[in-house]
Design a protein around this ligand. Structure first.
Ligand code: NAD
Ligand code: UPG
Length: 443
C-alpha cells in the first residue's frame, strides 16, 4: 500500500519506518527542511533504540522516503497519517493549528479517495473539524479516521510492531477495510484492532494517558504517606501489583511523571472536561500532586545542607524524562537543576543520551561530565533523576573515592536501603524511610 506520513517527529518517524518495514511504500513529509535533509542523508534526529536498523533497511530498499513537499508526499497515497504536534495552547487545551493547517492544504491537494488518519493526540471532535477543513477544498471523496498512537518513547518500535491493541475510530466501512489491511501484519491474536466511532477513539487516547498518570500519582501519594507512617512503598507496590486487577506496571513511585505526553494530555483532558462543564476532580488532583512531586527532593537536599547550598557542588545523574530516550520535555531534572542553581549550588550533570539537548537549555550554567563517575568528582552529593540502567549497579568503591560526602538523593529508588546502610551512605529515596522530623517540617 502507498502511504504518506505528515510530520516526522517521534510518532511520524516511527509510524513511517514501521509501516515501511511491513512492506508499504512510505513517504514522510515535514516542513522542517533541515530535518528532512538529515533524514535523506540517513541521519536520524532522535535517539530511539532499534529505529536505526529498520530505518536503514527501509531507506536502502527504497520503501521509506522523505520530502518537504506535501503534494509530492501524498501523491497516490491511500492512507495519509497526520503525526503533527498538538502542544498545549495558552489555556491548556490542545492547539490544533498544525493539524488544521495541513487539513486545509490537503483539501486543495487530494486528487483521489484517501483515508486521512489523525495519529496525533487530539481532543474529542477533532476528526469532525479535520473533515470540515478538508471539505472546504476537496473535489474527491475521503474519510477521516482517528487512530491514536500508544507507543512509549524508548520502546517505541516494540510498542508499534507488537501493539497491545490498535484503536480505530471511524464509521466508514470503506476506511475500516483500508485500515484493517494496513494493520493486519501488526496485530496478533489477542491484541485486537478495536473499532469504534471517532469521538470514542479520541477520548480513549486521553483516558489511557490520564489513567496511567493517575496510577503513578496515586503511588507517589502512597509513597509520601509511607514516609510519614514508616512503611516502604516498594513493598506496597509488590503487595498490590500482584493483584491482577491492579497489575504490576506503572506503580513506581518517584519524582513524578514528565515527557511530552502525560503532562500535556492530562491538562488537555481537564480542559475538555471544562468545555463540557464537567468538574473532573481527579485530573485536577493528579496535576497538583505531580507538580509537587517533581520538586519533592529539594527541601530534603536543602535541609541536609542546613539551608545553605551556596558553593556546594551537586552531581546530577539522569536528565532525560525517562531512560532510553534523549527527550527532555517536562523532565523533572530541568526544574530541579534550575532550583539548585537558584539556591547557589554548582551542578555537574551526566546523562548517556540527553546531554546535547540539556546544553541547549542550560548552556554553560552547569558542567557536563563525560562519564557518570566524572560527574561525582569532588561533589558534595549525588542526585538521581532518571533510572538509566547504568546507574543501578555502580562501582560504589569508585564512587566513594570521588564524592566528597557519601550522600545520595535518589528520586528513582535505585538502591536497597540495607545496601546503602552497609556502604555507609546517607541515602534519601522516595517513600521508603521515615524522614527525620526536621526534614519533614521543611517538606
Ligand atoms: N512522542 C510520543 O511518544 C507520542 C506518543 C503517542 C502520541 N503522541 C502524539 O503524537 C503527536 C506528535 O508527537 P511527536 O512527539 O511526534 O511531535 P514532534 O513535535 O516531535 O514532531 C512533530 C513534527 O511535525 C512537523 N510539522 C509541523 N508542522 C508541519 C506541517 N505543516 N507539515 C509537515 N510537518 C509539520 C514538525 O516539524 C515536527 O518534525 C502529538 O499529538 C503527540 O501528543 C506522541
Ligand atoms: O511507574 C512509573 C511509570 C512511569 N513513570 C514516569 O511517567 C513518565 C512517562 O513514562 P512513559 O509512559 O513510559 O513514557 P512516554 O513515552 O511519555 O509514554 C506515554 O505517553 C505516550 C504519548 O501519549 C503514550 O503513547 C504512551 O502509551 C504513554 O505510556 C516518565 O516521566 C516516567 O518516569 C513513573 O514515574 N512511574
Amino acid at each position: 500500500m502507498k502511504i504518506a506520513v505528515v510530520g516526522t517527529g517521534y510518532v511520524g518517524l516511527v509510524t513511517g519506518t514501521c509501516f515501511a518495514e511491513t512492506g508499504n511504500q512510505v513517504t514522510c513529509v515535514d516542513i522542517d527542511e533541515r530535518k528532512v535533509q538529515k533524514l535523506i542523508n540517513g541521519i536520524i534526529p532522535i535517539y530511539e533504540p532499534g529505529l536505526d536498523v529498520l530505518f536503514n533497511r527501509n531507506t536502502a530498499e527504497g520503501r521509506l522516503k522523505f520530502t518537504t513537499s506535501l503534494a509530492e508526499g501524498i501523491e497516490g497515497a491511500e492512507v495519509i497519517f497526520l503525526a503533527l504536534p498538538t502542544p498545549p495552547g495558552e489555556d491548556g487545551s490542545a492547539d490544533l493549528k498544525y493539524i488544521l493547517k495541513v487539513a486545509g492544504d490537503l483539501g486543495q491537494l487530494l486528487k483521489e479517495y484517501a483515508v486521512i488518519v489523525d495519529k496525533s493526540t487530539v481532543p474529542v471532535g477533532t476528526a469532525e473539524k479535520v473533515h470540515d477543513y478538508i471539505s472546504l477544498g476537496a473535489q474527491v471523496e475521503f474519510d477521516v479516521v482517528s487512530n491514536p498512537e500508544f507507543l512509549r518513547e524508548g520502546v517505541a518500535i516494540e510498542d508499534f510492531m507488537k501493539p497491545d491493541r490498535v484503536v480505530i475510530g471511524t464509521k466508514s466501512e470503506r476506511a475500516k477495510a483500508v485500515m484493517s489491511k494496513l494493520y493486519a501484519p501488526l496485530v496478533r491474536q489477542g491484541n485486537p484492532v478495536i473499532f469504534m466511532d471517532e469521538r470514542s477513539a479520541e477520548m480513549t487516547k486521553y483516558a489511557a494517558n490520564a489513567f496511567l498518570a493517575v496510577k503513578i500519582s496515586f503511588m507517589n501519594e502512597i509513597a509520601n504517606l509511607c514516609e510519614k507512617a514508616g512503611a516502604n512503598v516498594d513493598d506496597i507496590r509488590k503487595g498490590i501489583g500482584t493483584d491482577s486487577r491492579i497489575g504490576k506496571r506503572f506503580l513506581f513511585a518517584g519524582i513524578g511523571y514528565g515527557g511530552s505526553c502525560f503532562p500535556k494530555d492530562v491538562q488537555a483532558l481537564a480542559k475538555t472536561a471544562q468545555e463540557y462543564a464537567y468538574d473532573f476532580q481527579i485530573l485536577k488532583s493528579v496535576m497538583d500532586v505531580n507538580a509537587k512531586q517533581k520538586t519533592k527532593l529539594l527541601p530534603i537536599i536543602n535541609q541536609h545542607f542546613n539551608g545553605d547550598l551556596k558553593g556546594k557542588t551537586i552531581a546530577v545523574w539522569g536528565l532525560a524524562f525517562k531512560p532510553y530516550t534523549d527527550d527532555i520535555r517536562e523532565a523533572p531534572a530541568l526544574e530541579n537543576i534550575q532550583a539548585l542553581l537558584d539556591a547557589g549550588a554548582k551542578v555537574t550533570a551526566y546523562d548517556p543520551e540527553a546531554m546535547d539537548n540539556v546544553k541547549n537549555v542550560f548552556g554553560n550554567k552547569i558542567t557536563y561530565a563525560h562519564t557518570s563517575y566524572a560527574a561525582l568528582d569532588d561533589a558534595d552529593a549525588l542526585v538521581i533523576m532518571t533510572e538509566w540502567p547504568m546507574f543501578r549497579t555502580p562501582e560504589f568503591n569508585k564512587m566513594n573515592l570521588l564524592l566528597k560526602n557519601k550522600v545520595i538523593f535518589d528520586g528513582r529508588n535505585l538502591y536497597e536501603l540495607d545496601q546503602m546502610n552497609e556502604l555507609g551512605y546517607t541515602y534519601y529515596s522516595v517513600g521508603r524511610e521515615t524522614i527525620s522530623q526536621a526534614v519533614e517540617q521543611a517538606v
